[in-house]
Design a protein around this ligand. Structure first.
Ligand code: UDP
Length: 473
């Protein structure tokens, strides 16, 4: 990285497409204002290189696609016996990277701030040691943040485990009641190391000088108010919360070659297609793929479906997946019978562009937060089918709070039936309830555009943050 004497903002990212993409979009906000910024990215040690190979290659493509952004690869730490749990392995890597981050901060002539992904929260220590103000960039919903900020208090003041509560409702400030079964698996069991690590992480959020959240206030007004009022953390002050989103990738249509699925969409009627995609890692079983296929076929509606190979051993969650064998995975004759009204893509679709296309009328999503923001900004109602991490929480907020989607029932069981897929596709694309959802989403789209407009609330929140850094120009 070229060095100059202007104070630099250092963004510290974790390895994960859903985290790195919004971090790059945040970096662009600084670049647009002429502020020096660099994204410090961890490098897995040789002992875990295979394990992180899919993430590392995603990082390589994101770096290549963003030549205007400076990246700095932090040297790999020693990690002689990686934890067998993939999530803990990632958190360990980030914790062990803190000394190299500290060395990097010290090597820069002047650092205005360190902005951390929440997974990198141990880096608060590097900020404290180098005297740099630290901020957290929260890349999921304000609702999740409100719930997670409250969790240390919940754990300190209750007994028993969330895993034993079934569908009993948890009531946290700022968010609708959350069925215990919709809490992330990482916080279900006190005896578990992942749970203790996460609760300790949430307990450290108030140490930051501020929290940037990739959301817009209109979408999550109640959670944002609770965060601002400081009621999510009863026993300590909550740092100022800046809602700077929705920060989403613009889409590559103008730059690269246009994906053929977009030309197919051009030929479909407005709001007629259901788009099915479960994020960068989500995948369902072979039996489930067949049930989705039958449901789509019976619905009679048009579809654009991203299919991945069924999940493998959970310990290999972050490993590259083989391409799906569609011939073996889809029901016999499915492709022929649905020819002309549906297309199946292997592995990946240009999601942002698909969602923004006028032909897209519904989005069956795993409720990863980027996907939710992309759907809301494009005005597309969601069929919520959460899979892992905080996606079930986001489902609760999308359906109960934002009124921006419906639940695909059975998401928490072994199989969602073909009948349910058909029913929910029809509900969104054909019914009065679907029409109401579309009206609500049209408003969400308008409010997202307003938030990002010059002097709109999200721009104003970013300026307020720069003022705190003494970097406003
Ligand atoms: N994405 C995409 N095409 C795909 C799958 C995912 O462009 O086929 C993008 C999607 O637009 C989003 C990101 O990958 O920006 C996924 O982030 P999200 O938070 O929704 O889910 P995660 O992958 O973190 O579970």
């Amino acid at each position: 990285m070229e060095q100059n004497s202007d104070p630099t903002v250092v963004l510290h990212a974790c390895l994960g497409v859903g985290h790195l993409i919004p971090m790059v979009e945040l970096a662009k906000l600084f670049v647009r204002r002429g502020i020096s910024v660099v994204i410090a990215v961890p490098t897995p040690p040789a002992s875990a290189a295979d394990f992180f190979s899919a993430s590392s290659s995603a990082v390589t493509s994101i770096v290549a696609a963003n030549p205007s952004i400076a990246f700095h690869n932090l040297p790999p730490p020693d990690y002689p016996s990686p934890d067998p749990d993939p999530f803990l392995q990632m958190l360990d890597l980030l914790r062990l990277t803190v000394p190299s981050l500290l060395a990097f901060l010290r090597s820069l002539p002047s650092v205005a701030a360190l902005v951390l992904d929440l997974f990198c929260i141990d880096a608060l220590d590097a900020a404290a040691e180098s005297g740099v103000p630290a901020y957290i960039y929260y890349t999921s919903s304000a609702g999740d943040l409100a719930a997670f900020l409250h969790l240390p208090h919940h754990f300190a003041t209750t007994e028993g485990d969330i895993k034993d509560m079934g569908k009993a409702l948890l009531r946290f400030p700022g968010v609708p009641p959350i069925p215990a079964s919709d809490m992330p698996h990482t916080v279900l069991d006190r005896a578990n190391r992942t749970c203790n690590t996460r609760i300790a992480h949430y307990g450290r959020i108030p140490e930051a000088r501020g929290v940037l959240v990739n959301t817009y206030e209109w979408l999550e007004a109640r959670a944002v108010s609770a965060l601002r009022e400081g009621v999510c953390v009863p026993d300590r002050p909550t740092p100022p919360v800046h809602c700077i989103g929705p920060l989403i990738v613009k889409g590559a249509a103008a730059e690269g070659e246009r994906h053929s699925c977009l030309s197919w969409l051009d030929a479909q009627p407005e709001r007629s297609v259901v788009f099915i995609c479960f994020g960068s890692l989500g995948a369902v079983s072979a039996a489930q793929l067949k049930a989705i296929a039958h449901g789509l076929e019976k619905s009679g509606h048009r579809f654009l479906w991203v299919v991945r190979s069924p999940p493998i051993d959970p310990a290999k969650f972050f490993l590259p997946r083989p391409e799906p064998d569609l011939h073996a995975l889809l029901p016999e004759g499915f492709t022929e019978r649905t020819r002309g009204r549906g297309i199946v893509l292997k592995m990946w679709a240009p999601q942002v562009e698909v969602l923004r296309h006028a032909a897209t009328g519904a989005f069956m999503t795993h409720c990863g937060w980027n996907s939710v923001l992309e759907a809301a900004s494009a005005g597309v109602p969601m069929l919520c089918w959460p899979q892992y991490a905080e996606q079930r929480l986001n489902k609760v907020f999308v359906v109960d709070e934002m009124k921006a989607g419906v639940v695909v029932e059975g998401y928490d069981e072994e199989l969602v039936t073909a009948e349910e897929v058909e029913k929910k596709v029809r509900l969104v694309l054909e019914s009065e309830e679907g029409e109401k959802l579309r009206e609500r989403l049209a408003l969400a789209k308008l409010k997202a555009a307003e938030a990002l407009a010059d002097s709109g609330p999200s721009q104003a929140a970013f300026d307020e943050f720069l003022k705190d850094l003494k970097l406003s120009k």
